[in-house]
Unconditional design. Structure first.
Ligand SMILES: [Zn+2]
Lengths: 341, 235
């Protein structure tokens, strides 16, 4: 009795500490959020104008058991109900990753549960499966502070990176331009807001790269924005911040959406997924929706709380890995430059 | 009562299991290798060796620093999560205190320290009184040279204990001469069994609130606070 459950339900616990959010969640069958707790450190990093790795790690170690307890209590489940412990193995800030990884290993050991390391980007993609079932092949556009990638998936748990940034991530460019405009941290949402109030008056460059490439590059655009602001200052001209933001955003969004549409058509995908923190950007959402409305390819953009870092997405991606038989040992380590495979 | 003790706060990786007042098993290495990779397997192996299962652990004791920030956090995260998951009490012990246990039979001052770069050390001063190890004055992070000057003024023998002894031996001898007692290397290294013993004397702490003993602000925070002070002076 008790050993064999009559249901085929799988409850997976996920832990995510790759940057500045301490997050724990429990997901059922890879598709249903049972609990999802995120302790954000954004206020602690604001005064430094960006995430300070040492401070992030200090917060994680103070928060981790608090967040674990909240997620377990909120779920109403017991350890006996949980099938496996999944955790972000990388990429991310190494000191931050270590907190989640070591917490996950401690639970796995204490409760003798299987342990599965998860790629952070796989998590961002699977955030969408908490809203809608996947249809393969699918294309995922991941845009965040650390990532700009196009990933092709032919089946669950299989990831082929067909394009990625060669220099800055899109989110990084947002942060740098925001700093130039002296906007408070985090800069992305601030630029998005300003852009909606401005006009595209400046023709900033678009880095298309080679004809057949799905790679991205944003460092040239970033330099162009900086030069434009400097030159205007020297000539005593005033540019409207709203217009700079709108013009900058237009360039980023144009490249992202054009390449995504082209790849979606070339690979004949049945779904396009947008994931990562920048998926919360209104400018990007609007243009993508416009471009895909003339195709019959469904576009999935998760709700805001699933775009930013959370652990439900890790548990969702981890469920697939767990079901495919992936297991990590007690020697699992945080890997800041883990590749998506 | 079974106690599991964990120390990854400095280069030494140590795990010990104590039953009531007796040592059951102890693992210790003193090599520059990754604590994150090795800690949990070390615990797992030792538990296997002594035929114990995780649910038999009744108390966790962890070395909470000072030391390597990352090392301290690996130990603390593992210890806190084990304590919370198994629903058992936890105690954090200063890594300096653990090291000071190596001076169990020394009758004068004991000075454990860890190198903290740029001439600084994490240190404290201890003494055995009535069979108890007592901290005499606060633990601190200060210039070793200044610290040694205050020790010279006591004009008593001091036992120096540190895994970073090689780097500081000359200066200690120059400042304290024969007042400085410096034992062999194996006495300079914290033992997890001493950690278990130290922890057995302490009451349980709030698992969630247990935090590292960094003895120092994060660099960014330190700079920020200095900048704020500068601003208010100029204002
Ligand atoms: Zn992310």
């Amino acid at each position: 009795m008790g050993e064999f459950s009559m249901t085929n339900e799988t409850y997976i616990l996920g832990i995510e500490t790759s940057c500045d959010e301490t997050a724990v969640a429990i997901v059922k069958n890879g598709t249903e959020v049972i609990s999802n707790v995120v302790a954000s450190q954004i206020d602690s990093h604001k005064r430094f104008g960006g995430v300070v790795p040492e401070i992030a790690s200090r917060h994680h170690v103070e928060q981790i058991t608090v967040v674990l307890e909240e997620a377990l209590t909120e779920s109403g489940l017991n350890w006996e109900d949980i099938h496996a412990i999944t955790v972000t193995e990388g990429p991310g800030l190494v000191g931050a990753l270590l907190i989640g990884v070591n917490a996950a290993k401690a639970i796995s050991f204490a409760k003798q549960k299987p342990l599965v390391g998860v790629h952070h980007i796989a998590g961002h993609i699977y955030a969408n499966r908490l809203e809608q079932e996947f249809d393969f092949p699918l294309l995922a556009l991941i845009v965040s502070g650390g990532h700009t990638e196009l990933v092709l998936m032919k089946e669950h748990g299989s990831y082929e990176v067909i394009g990625e940034t060669r220099d800055d991530a899109a989110g990084e460019a947002y942060d740098k331009v925001a700093r130039m405009l002296e906007l408070p941290y985090p800069g992305g949402p601030q630029i998005d807001r300003l852009a909606s109030e401005g006009e595209v008056t400046i023709d900033f460059p678009r880095a298309w790269l080679e004809e057949d490439s799905y790679d991205f590059s944003f460092s040239g655009l970033k330099s162009a924005v900086i030069n434009k602001i400097h030159n205007a200052k020297q000539r005593g001209e005033t540019l409207k911040n709203e217009d700079i933001a709108a013009s900058f955003q237009a360039s980023v969004v144009d490249v992202l959406s054009t390449k995504t549409l082209k790849a979606a058509k070339q690979y004949n995908v049945k779904q396009v997924i947008v994931a990562g923190g920048v998926a919360a950007n209104n400018g990007l959402r609007t243009v993508l929706k416009e471009k895909f409305s003339s195709t019959n390819i469904p576009l999935l953009i998760p709700p805001l709380h699933l775009c930013t870092d959370n652990a439900a997405m890790i548990a969702a991606a981890g469920t697939i890995a767990y079901e495919k038989g992936a297991r990590s040992g007690l020697d699992l380590n945080g890997n800041p430059s883990l590749l998506l495979k | 009562m079974y106690i599991l003790a964990i120390d990854t706060s400095n280069q030494v990786l140590g795990v010990a299991i104590m039953k009531n007042d007796e040592l059951v098993g102890e693992v210790i290495t003193n090599v520059a290798k990754n604590h994150s990779v090795r800690l949990m397997p070390a615990i797992d192996r030792l538990m296997n060796e002594v035929n114990m299962t995780p649910d038999q652990i009744e108390k966790i004791v962890v070395a909470k620093g000072p030391g390597s920030y990352t090392g301290v956090r690996i130990g603390l995260t593992t210890a806190k999560t084990l304590a919370w998951t198994l629903n058992i009490p936890i105690v954090g012990v200063s890594s300096l205190e653990v090291l000071a246990y190596q001076g169990r039979f020394f009758e004068s001052y004991i000075c454990p320290f860890f190198d903290a770069r740029r001439g600084l050390v994490f240190t404290g001063l201890y003494k055995w009184k009535e069979n108890k190890l007592q901290l005499v004055g606060e633990e601190c992070n200060m210039l070793f040279e200044e610290w040694l000057d205050t020790l010279v003024n006591k004009n008593e023998k001091v036992l120096f204990l540190s895994p970073d002894m090689n780097k500081h031996y000359e200066m200690i001898k120059a400042k304290l001469g024969d007042l400085a007692i410096i034992p062999e290397n194996m006495y300079q290294i914290a033992k997890p069994s001493h950690l278990a013993l130290a922890g057995s004397h302490y009451e349980a702490e709030d698992t969630h609130a247990l935090a590292p003993n960094y003895l120092r602000l994060a660099e960014a925070e330190d700079k920020w606070l200095k900048a704020q002070k500068g601003k208010s002076k100029n204002a």
